[in-house]
Design a protein around this ligand. Structure first.
Ligand SMILES: *Cc1c(COP(=O)(O)O)cnc(C)c1O
Ligand code: SF4
Length: 355
């Protein structure tokens, strides 16, 4: 199976851009910025995760076995938000490889969205009118066990400038394209020098209006929201939108709230998307508290995604009927603007489909 490459593997272009940017950006060399160090220090060894959280040793063998297919990866700051000694902790459950990932379940496939064949340029997905999504990198700062991209053939993507050139040409040729979404993987695992270059190129396409970034780093590694990020993200012509990804209120730590506040102070809109996950957030109280905490921190709930039926994630499934009831429960207790849209992505549809 095909896996995202390690977050810091970096191609030659990013390495040379990083060194070229040392003078240009003034401060620390890219490789020594706080967030890159924290990302390099993220936990990759299941044994270490279990030790840090004082968890039973019988979790080790399945964790090791399942992380061979999709490696464990979780930043230490995110681990610090988990409860010690609780194998059912909702944050832990999102990252701990389980034996259940080996189950072959009917209806769960390697590419549930048939995305692997639909790009107009390498790395570019154009499924919905007016906006396209660029898979800027296959790397992430955390490996979410439910991720529908866990089988995505990232290494088939061309690397560096040429990759973007084709995508940029395509975007430039479609005058109806108003928004470009940087996604992945996680685009914020890339160095700011590279992202800044891409953002300037996008700003040069006259019909583009918005630059949207989909990232889990503001939640699992809030140190990523630093001055260099804010400079290219909020300093250009395009209207910036940041879509973060939190699934549980306990993910919104004071550090995360501070990161969201900085992005908002710099003029960007901040939205959140969650995935509805059994054993993580499939209770009305839990979803309600997430919406409340997000809003207090300055982010609006945007989407609540039904799980994509990807092989290895069946144990996270919440059946549609129950998902609808949870959503109704949420609507009955929260103001409308705090109720995320319950949606599913379906191949061939013009947008995310309400469930
Ligand atoms: C989810 C998604 C979008 C964005 O959809 P919005 O409804 O605008 O948030 C765009 N392109 C692709 C391929 C997507 O999967
Ligand atoms: S959900 Fe996002 S951050 Fe998590 S593994 Fe998938 S792409 Fe990476």
């Amino acid at each position: 199976m095909i896996r995202p490459r390690p977050a810091l593997a970096g191609d030659t272009l990013s390495a040379s851009l990083a060194s070229a940017s040392r003078l240009a950006l003034g401060g620390m060399p890219a490789a020594e910025r706080l967030w890159t160090r924290l990302l390099a220090e993220a936990v990759r060894d299941p044994g270490e995760l279990l030790r840090l959280l004082e968890l039973p040793a019988d979790l080790l063998a399945p964790a090791q076995s399942s992380s061979r297919l999709f490696p464990l990866l979780v930043p230490r700051g995110f681990i610090a938000l988990m409860r010690k000694g609780d194998p059912a902790d909702p944050l832990l459950r999102q990252v701990l490889p389980l034996a259940a990932e080996d189950d072959q379940v009917a209806g769960f496939s390697a590419d549930p969205l048939t995305e692997q064949a639909c790009g107009p340029a390498p790395g570019l997905l154009h499924k919905y009118r007016g906006r396209a999504l660029l898979v800027a990198t296959g790397a992430c700062a955390v490996h979410c066990r439910y991720c529908f991209r866990r089988h995505f053939p990232y290494q088939e993507l061309p690397r560096g400038r040429r990759w973007w050139t084709d995508a940029l040409d395509y975007i430039a040729s479609d005058a109806q394209m108003h928004e470009l979404i940087l996604s992945g993987g996680d685009p914020l695992t890339l160095p700011d020098a590279q992202l800044s270059e891409l953002a300037s190129a996008l700003a040069g396409i006259p019909h583009l209006r918005r630059l949207r970034v989909h990232s889990r780093l503001p939640v699992v590694l809030p140190e990523r929201i630093d001055d260099d990020f804010l400079a290219w993200f909020t300093g250009g012509r395009l209207t910036p939108v940041l879509v973060i990804h939190a699934n549980h209120a306990r993910e919104i730590s004071p550090q995360v709230a501070a990161a969201i506040a900085r992005v908002r102070a710099a003029g960007a809109t901040v939205l959140n998307q969650s995935v509805l996950l059994a054993g993580v957030n499939d209770e009305v109280e839990v979803l309600g508290e997430l919406s409340e905490r997000l809003f207090q921190a300055g982010a609006l709930p945007y989407y609540l995604h039904a799980l994509d039926r990807v092989q290895g994630a069946a144990h996270f499934l919440v059946e549609d009927e129950r998902a609808r009831r949870l959503h109704q429960g949420l609507s009955a207790r929260l103001p409308g603007y705090l109720v995320p849209r319950l949606v599913r992505e379906e191949p061939g549809m013009a947008g995310k489909m309400p469930l």
